[in-house]
Design a protein around this ligand. Structure first.
Ligand SMILES: NC(=O)c1ccc[n+]([C@@H]2O[C@H](COP(=O)([O-])OP(=O)(O)OC[C@H]3O[C@@H](n4cnc5c(N)ncnc54)[C@H](O)[C@@H]3O)[C@@H](O)[C@H]2O)c1
Ligand SMILES: O=c1ccn([C@@H]2O[C@H](COP(=O)(O)OP(=O)(O)O[C@H]3O[C@H](CO)[C@H](O)[C@H](O)[C@H]3O)[C@@H](O)[C@H]2O)c(=O)[nH]1
Length: 329
């Protein structure tokens, strides 16, 4: 039996494919390559280029492969873009997931691990954020991810499809072998943008606001290594295979770093001065987002291996130095 990975040519998906293969799983990837890269997909996975909203393609994929479970990354995931183009987000994220679950029902597949996000919480009342915290998303992106979680709840009741929803905080870093990493065009995430300065691709990093109610005035986030996220998907799969009920888990390191602190660490890793310029706040950025991941640790047995942000940045720097323009395709 194989695991179907939607969005397996993307950043977190491609690292998860490598993790699954390392555990001896057979892997099938469906990706439209809208933001992903064909060369990010391991040659040991079977690849279909196409869109999960295409019911005929999904029929073919489920018909040609014995799919045991799905790991679902394929989505649009830029908070700011989602505010500008909400309908595109409802289309790709909600309709895409509807199309996927429809195919699962039709082909009798009853397990799914799903990429959710800290953006489902909105501005938190207290940190670290636990899974029982209120969900009040502040963008169409977070709203569609929460709606997808709810879709899974109802489909569990109606069709017996078990799900594990993983709410990631800030994914970062790259595979330690340096062969795959993060390549978004345009890039919006803090660490790869910072690293564009020592690569000579930008003159300075812009800090989005230094007047937040934090010690140095810049936003605090919880940065979690992409291979630790990848490993959590494997553990979630084992959890479902063991027959446990559907559930939701936060995935973060549990430690918060301000934008200033991340820049400082990047300066020391790259040995480059990395000039920083304060610019206005970015709309929709909460001041502090830190995960409580104790549920994932105790229930899934998740033990992040990369608990030091300098080491995480070093893995990203290793990838970007070797691939300054990202993937060749
Ligand atoms: N990067 C983060 O910090 C972060 C944090 C929380 C949640 N997430 C979620 O994790 C998932 C993966 O994020 P990422 O950073 O790897 O993004 P990514 O853009 O690198 O990967 C998404 C992949 O899905 C593909 N895709 C998108 N829509 C598709 C469709 N309709 N049909 C087929 N393929 C499609 C893209 O081509 C891409 O390869 C997303 O669902 C995102 O919302 C990411
Ligand atoms: O050039 C930049 C880019 C980012 N930032 C700041 O750096 C922090 C991290 O920003 P990212 O864009 O890297 O990440 P976000 O926290 O905005 O978002 C990430 O985490 C969210 C959940 O916390 C969502 O899941 C989202 O998909 C994912 O990209 C934020 O305070 C942001 O304002 C800057 O100061 N300058």
């Amino acid at each position: 039996m194989a695991i179907l990975v939607t969005g397996g040519a993307g950043y977190i998906g491609s690292h998860t494919v490598v993790e699954l293969l390392s555990h001896g799983e057979q892997v099938v990837v469906v990706d439209s390559l809208r933001t992903g890269h064909r060369s990010a997909v391991s040659a040991d996975a079977r690849f279909y280029e196409g869109d999960i909203r295409d019911a005929e393609l999904l029929d073919r994929v489920f018909g040609e492969n014995a799919i045991e479970a799905v790991i679902h990354f394929a989505a649009s995931s830029l908070v700011g873009e989602s505010v500008q183009q909400p309908l595109a987000y409802y289309d790709n994220n909600l309709f895409g997931t509807y199309s996927l679950v429809n195919a699962m029902v039709k082909h009798g597949v009853n397990k799914i691990v799903f990429s959710s996000t800290a953006a489902t919480y909105g501005e938190p009342e207290r940190v670290p954020i636990e899974e029982i915290a209120p969900t009040r998303p502040e963008s169409p992106y977070g709203e569609t991810k929460l709606a997808m979680e709810n879709m899974f709840r109802w489909c569990d009741k109606a069709y017996g499809i078990k799900f594990v929803s993983l709410r990631y905080f800030n994914a970062c870093g790259a595979h330690p072998d340096g062969l795959i990493g993060e390549d978004h065009k345009p890039e919006s995430h803090l660490i790869p943008i910072i690293l564009q300065v020592p690569l000579g691709q930008r003159e300075h990093i812009g800090i989005y606001g230094d007047d937040y109610p934090t010690e140095d005035g810049t936003c605090i986030r919880d940065y979690v290594h992409v291979m630790d996220l990848a490993n959590a998907h494997w553990l979630a799969l084992q959890h479902m295979r063991a027959g446990h009920s559907s559930d939701v888990f936060n995935l973060g390191s549990g430690a918060g770093f301000s934008v200033q602190q991340v820049i400082e660490l990047a300066r020391s890793v790259t040995e480059h001065p990395i000039p920083a310029v304060v610019s206005p706040r970015r709309a929709g950025d909460p001041a502090v987002l830190i995960a409580s991941s104790s549920k994932a640790r105790s229930v899934l047995g998740w033990q992040p291996r990369y608990d030091d942000l300098a080491t995480i940045i070093r893995t990203a720097w290793n990838w970007h130095k070797q691939h300054p323009d990202g993937y060749a395709d």
